[in-house]
Design a protein around this ligand. Structure first.
Ligand SMILES: O=c1ccn(-c2cccc(C(F)(F)F)c2)nc1-c1ccnn1-c1ccccc1
Length: 324
């Protein structure tokens, strides 16, 4: 039913395309119902029209939306925003991507958190849940990949069916790499590797390990893009992120486990300070490395620094209120 409706009308009329859609600042508030058409638009703009059977592409997109859970942050809209950020980079960062990289990044971006439950990898390990026994590292990311493969292989969802078996195997491997590399734990060694190369002026996009590192950084940058959005948007999103964190913290306390400070709702007054710390410790170094390699991604770094300034102002107000 939903599929038939989307197949009969997969395009958004030009005048209905959101104003900032072609910029990194785009956010989906108010456009929630056209996100499937917007994803199809991105796929066709980047990969060409008629590269996929429209009915299968529509079914795949709607099934992806259905397999994200209705939780505060790691929901379908987050998956869409990551695909959108990856799409902006493919379209405007000046780097030449192969066809396989383009489709792998768009599918991987959309699918990277599918079936997320709102808890992070440590949660599954600390509570010794079955998921943690399935995988040792990147627990949730391996689950997101497995979910993606089963959706791609479901009846009428095989959008990659026109490929040879070698191409299909290669693209699934690439999608796996893309999804696994959204595990923030893997960002730290990757950024060390890339910034080391940059320092010695040895980064060479033609060397596979260097290209793989940059593609992983593109995934981290897209996954965290909420931190680069206009301030009013980032403020709303941060609230959703912390609501999800506090759900995990509450669950950990029920099991007698002391949550991370940022997941303990008793620290709610410290959110601004924690945001400044996260931006200084993770986001600013990450987007700085990205801009050194892809200068045209500068709007992400400047967006993140604007948010840092605003969080610092909020932290100062909270501190001042605390003393008065
Ligand atoms: O606004 C945030 C505040 C804190 N964290 C965070 C997350 C993990 C670890 C750490 C650690 F502090 F351990 F580095 C901090 N992430 C975000 C954020 C901004 C955009 N996406 N996400 C995100 C990313 C991943 C998960 C949830 C939210």
């Amino acid at each position: 039913e939903e599929v038939r409706k989307l197949v009969s009308n997969p395009y958004v009329p030009e005048e209905q395309v959101p104003a900032a859609f072609d910029t990194y600042a785009f956010f989906c508030y108010g456009h929630e119902e056209i996100l499937p058409q917007l994803f199809i638009r991105m796929v066709e703009q980047t990969l060409g029209k008629d590269r996929f059977e429209m009915e299968k592409l529509c079914r795949f997109t709607l099934t992806m939306r259905k397999n994200y859970r209705p939780i505060q942050y790691h929901n379908w809209q987050h998956g869409f925003h990551v695909a959108h950020c990856v799409w902006r980079m493919i379209e405007s960062c000046g780097m030449e991507f192969t066809w396989m990289e383009k489709i792998g990044l768009l599918i991987g971006g959309l699918a990277h958190d599918v079936d997320h439950r709102g808890y992070n990898n440590d949660f599954f390990k600390k509570l010794n849940l079955p998921m943690a026994n399935l995988y040792t590292t990147s627990v949730m990311e391996q689950h997101h990949y497995k979910q993606t493969v089963s959706i791609l292989q479901a009846e009428g969802h095989d959008i990659l069916s026109s490929m040879s078996s070698e191409e299909y195997r290669d693209i699934l491997n690439f999608i796996r790499t893309v999804i696994i590399n959204t595990d923030l734990a893997l960002y730290f060694p990757n950024n060390k590797f890339l910034s080391g190369l940059i320092e010695k002026d040895e980064f060479d996009i033609k060397l596979k390990p260097h290209r793989d590192g940059l593609i992983s950084l593109i995934m981290t940058a897209s996954d965290l893009c909420a931190i680069t959005k206009p301030w009013e948007t980032q403020k709303k999103t941060a609230k959703l992120i912390y609501e999800e964190f506090y759900m995990q913290g509450d669950e950990e306390k029920k099991h007698g486990i002391q949550p991370l400070p940022m997941m303990d709702r008793l620290n709610e007054k410290d959110i601004a300070k924690q945001q400044v710390g996260f931006i200084n410790f993770v986001c600013k170094p990450m987007y700085t490395t990205l801009v050194k390699l892809l200068p045209k991604t500068e709007p992400l770094l400047s967006g993140c620094l604007v948010c840092k300034d605003n969080w610092e102002k909020e932290a100062a107000e909270v501190a001042a209120a605390g003393t008065s």
